[in-house]
Every structure is written in C-alpha cells, then in structure tokens.
Design a protein around this ligand. Structure first.
Ligand code: C2E
Ligand code: MG
Ligand code: MG
Ligand code: MG
Length: 281
C-alpha cells in the first residue's frame, strides 16, 4: 500500500489472472481476518430530495480501517473480494451492520433507509431475501429499513436468477436501485423487465456534465427515461452547487455527492442529519 494525496491508503496489488498468486492469496487471508477483527467499517452517504433538501436515504459504503495502512477505500479491495466467495461474508457483514444501525437510528427517532450494494455473486447465490428477513426479524425491523443497489453488469451473468431474486426482494418490500447506470452493457429493455424503483446516474457522468456535452446528454436522457418508465432518479457525484443547479434544471429527483456530504462514519450520520449540515442552495 502507498499513501495517497487524499489521505486514504492505496494498494500496490495489481489483479492477475493466476488465482494462486501469492500476493492475491495473502490479501484474501488478510481481508478474512479484517472482517472478523472489526476492521471493515460502514460509512453512510446521505441522499437528499432535490425539491426540499430533506434526507431521504443513506448509502452504506465500506472502508477498511487497516491497522498499518490507514483507511483503505473500497475501490482498492472490493473488485478482488467480489471475484471470490468471500463476497458473501462481506455482504453478510454489511447487511448486519446496516440493520443494526437502522435499529439504533429508530431508537433515536430517525427513520432513514440504508441502501446496501450487492455484487453479482450475491444475487446469483439466491439467499439474500432469506438473510434479510432473518436479520430484520432479529431486530424487529421491516423491509423499508433497507434498500439494495444492483449494477447493470450484475444482471448479465445470470439474468434469469437475478430477475427472480429481484422480483422476490421487491415483493417483500425492499426498495431496489440500479447503480452506475449507463456504465454497463445491458440492454435498455432490461429496465422494463426489472422491478426497479430508482435509477442511480453514475458519478462519471454527473461530475463531467458541465464541461462535457455528451455526459450532459446522457444525464438528461436518463432522467427523462426514468420518469417515462415511472421510476425516480438519484444523481451520484453531485459534487458542486453548479452541478446541483444543472440537475435541478433537468428535473432530477434526488442528489448524492460531496456537495451534500461525503460518506460519513455510520455513527456520525444521525448527528449530521440533526444538525442540518446541508442547506438547500
Ligand atoms: P457506488 O455504489 O457507485 O458508490 C458511490 C461512490 O461514489 C462512492 O465511492 C462515493 O464515495 C462516491 N461519491 C459520492 N459522491 C461523490 C462525488 O461527489 N464525487 C465523486 N467523484 N464521487 C462521489 P466509494 O465509497 O469509494 O465506493 C466505491 C464503490 O465500491 C461503490 O460504488 C461500490 O460499487 C463499491 N462498494 C462500496 N461498499 C460496498 C459494499 O459494501 N459492497 C459492495 N459489493 N460494494 C461496495
Ligand atoms: Mg452504490
Ligand atoms: Mg454508483
Ligand atoms: Mg459508481
């Protein structure tokens, strides 16, 4: 790992095809230990309604608090972990923490749903609905506590299983999001087959839309498409006042991004909401 300018730590590991690569195996072993040792922490980033500024949700984003390397962002380890069966242990951990945090928030009178990111393998394994029902029963919770974010690409590997899973989750009452919209290779026709409630525009388009006309065209078209299909839209990467204003002009429903707030340690989120750290421009 090396120090990055933003203070987060970066990995020197470059993914290789060889599954027995010693560095790969060492990192997987280290991650397995980290999960058990409580080093995988939940951060929560708010999503706000653009019309009112009200906090209407949070996204759970993990970080690895490594004892020697500092705070490691998910981009440095998620791709490796989701290429292995270890992703099941990670997702189970995140779901557990998300439900536990939801319970704590409700004890404080705050009812904000948390969305958890699912990987391809999670959907194809087919027991997410059961896991969630068990967890929620343990904490006296209900499906409106938890949302689930699925990328387009996670549907491609096994569309039949994925769609069946998503239908089951949707019927139970979990809110479903299509994440990183526009970056995958799925057919737009998928959108009409999926029980999805909200489309999330990838931050790659949002953060460049003010200088790149093509990105702006994709943002605008995605918002119109979602609305025509009866879905809502969240723009990830709402990083500045100028981006917020442009999105509002396009009729975007919800915003998530550094202009509103960065991902916050889960334990600090409720304070942030109470202190109204975000004010409408
Ligand atoms: P994602 O699900 O698309 O999450 C949104 C990412 O956009 C987060 O990066 C967030 O910090 C970043 N972001 C938010 N606002 C802004 C902004 O204004 N500008 C820019 N440039 N970026 C912004 P993060 O936390 O580094 O997570 C990266 C990815 O790691 C996530 O992308 C998700 O795919 C994955 N990930 C994180 N936690 C989990 C997890 O628990 N399970 C799984 N399977 N994947 C996870
Ligand atoms: Mg996400
Ligand atoms: Mg995303
Ligand atoms: Mg993304």
């Amino acid at each position: 790992f090396q120090a990055r300018q933003d203070g987060l730590s970066t990995m020197v590991y470059a993914p290789v095809a060889d599954p027995y690569d010693p560095q790969r195996l060492a990192l997987l072993g280290e991650f397995r230990h980290a999960l058990g040792a409580g080093q995988i922490e939940l951060y929560c980033q708010p999503k706000v309604a653009m019309a009112s500024g009200a906090v209407i949700g949070a996204e759970a984003l993990v970080r690895w608090r490594h004892p020697a390397r500092g705070l490691v962002p998910p981009s440095e380890f998620i791709p490796l972990i989701e290429s292995t069966e270890l992703i099941h242990a990670l997702t189970a951990h995140v779901l557990r923490e998300a439900v536990r945090q939801s319970y704590a928030w409700r004890q404080e009178g705050m009812a904000v749903p948390i969305a958890v990111n699912l990987s391809t393998r999670n959907l194809n394994a087919g027991n997410i609905a059961h896991q969630l029902q068990t967890l929620l029963a343990d904490w006296g919770g209900s499906p409106d506590w938890i949302g689930l974010e699925i990328t387009e690409s996670s549907l491609i590997a096994d569309p039949g299983t994925s769609i069946a899973q998503l239908n089951a989750l949707s019927q139970l009452g979990f809110q479903l999001f299509i994440d990183d919209f526009g970056t995958g290779y799925s057919s737009l026709n998928y959108l009409t087959m999926l029980p999805v409630d909200v489309i999330k525009i990838d931050h790659g388009f949002t953060t460049t839309m003010l200088t790149d006309k093509r990105a702006a065209a994709i943002v605008k078209a995605t918002i119109d498409l979602a609305h025509d299909l009866g879905m809502a839209v969240v723009a990830e990467g709402t990083a500045s006042r100028e981006i917020w204003d442009a999105l509002a002009g396009y009729g975007c429903d919800e915003a998530q991004g550094f202009y509103v707030a960065p991902p916050l340690p889960a334990g600090e989120f409720a304070d942030w909401v109470r202190n109204r750290a975000f004010r409408m421009p």
